[in-house]
Design a protein around this ligand. Structure first.
Ligand code: SF4
Length: 247
C-alpha cells in the first residue's frame, strides 16, 4: 500500500525555518508502507530559510508581506501530480500548514491562531478523491487502554473477541441494523476512540484514516481501477489485524 506523506513529518529539514516536524507515529506507519514523500513548498523552489507563510484574502503571503500565492499554487500542483501518479489513495499531511493543513489552517495573522480551511496542496488532493488526514488523526487513532477501539458486531462476537484479545479493543454487540446507534453511543460512553462495525459482513470504521487504511490494505496488489467500492465480503478481523500491525 502506498501512502502520501508530508516530508517534514518524516524528519526531512524542509520547513521554512530549515527544521522538520518528525512524528513518531507517522514515521512508524510510513516505514511499513510505500511512502510517497512530498513537500509542495520545496517543489516550488522556495528558499530555506524564509519567513513563515500563511493564507489570507484568497492568497498566500510571507510574514514580510511578500505575495507567494503563485509559488504555492505551482508547488502544490507539481506535488499533487507526483502524488496522484503513485496511485496512493491516502495522505497524512502536516496539520495547520498553508500547503498541507487539512480542515484547520493558520489564520493569516502569524499569531498561531487557526481558522477552518485547507492548505493549497491538501485541497488539491482532497478534490482528486484522496483521503487526507493529518498527523493528529494518526496519533488519535492509536488504540490504547485509555482509548480502546470498539468493535460493533451483530450477534455475540465471542469468536472475534478471542481473535483480537491481545489488542485494546472492546467488543460491543449490535443486535441489528437498528441497534447501530445504540452500539455507537455505548462505544462513546466507554471512551472508545474509534469504532469498527462488522454489520452485514461489511467492515466500516468511524475514522476516515482507519477506513482508508482498511481499504488500502484490502486492495493491496490491485490497480486503482480495480479497487473495491466498499469492503463487503472482506474479513473484519483480518483487516483489523493488518491495521493494528501498522499502528
Ligand atoms: S509544505 Fe508541507 S511538507 Fe513541506 S514543510 Fe510545509 S508542511 Fe511540511
Amino acid at each position: 500500500m502506498k501512502l502520501i506523506v508530508s516530508a517534514c513529518l518524516l524528519g526531512e529539514p524542509v520547513r521554512y525555518d530549515g527544521g522538520a516536524k518528525p512524528c513518531p507515529a507517522v514515521c512508524s506507519l510510513a516505514a511499513d508502507l510505500e511512502a510517497v514523500r512530498v513537500c509542495p513548498e520545496t517543489a516550488a523552489g522556495l528558499p530555506v530559510p524564509r519567513p513563515p507563510a500563511e493564507q489570507r484574502e484568497g492568497g498566500v503571503f510571507l510574514s514580510d508581506g511578500t505575495d507567494v500565492t503563485e509559488a504555492f499554487s505551482r508547488g502544490s500542483a507539481l506535488s499533487c501530480a507526483e502524488a496522484l501518479a503513485s496511485g496512493a489513495a491516502l495522505a497524512v499531511l502536516k496539520s495547520k500548514s498553508p500547503s498541507c493543513g487539512a480542515g484547520m489552517i493558520y489564520d493569516g495573522t502569524y499569531t498561531g491562531a487557526l481558522v477552518p480551511g485547507w492548505g493549497t496542496f491538501a485541497a488539491l488532493l482532497r478534490d482528486a478523491g484522496v483521503t487526507v488526514v493529518t498527523e493528529l488523526d494518526v496519533v488519535l487513532a492509536q488504540p490504547s487502554a485509555e482509548r480502546p477501539w470498539a468493535l460493533l458486531v451483530e450477534g455475540g462476537g465471542n469468536q472475534l473477541a478471542e481473535l483480537l484479545m491481545d489488542a485494546p479493543i472492546v467488543v460491543i454487540p449490535q443486535v441489528s441494523a437498528q441497534g447501530f446507534e445504540a452500539a455507537c453511543a455505548q462505544a462513546h460512553a466507554r471512551g472508545c476512540g474509534v469504532w469498527i462495525s462488522d454489520a452485514a459482513g461489511c467492515p466500516r470504521a468511524s475514522s476516515p484514516f482507519i477506513s482508508a487504511l482498511m481499504r488500502g490494505l484490502a486492495d493491496d496488489g490491485r490497480s486503482a481501477s480495480a479497487r473495491a467500492e466498499d469492503l463487503s465480503g472482506y474479513s473484519t478481523v483480518a483487516l483489523v489485524r493488518k491495521v493494528l500491525r501498522l499502528l
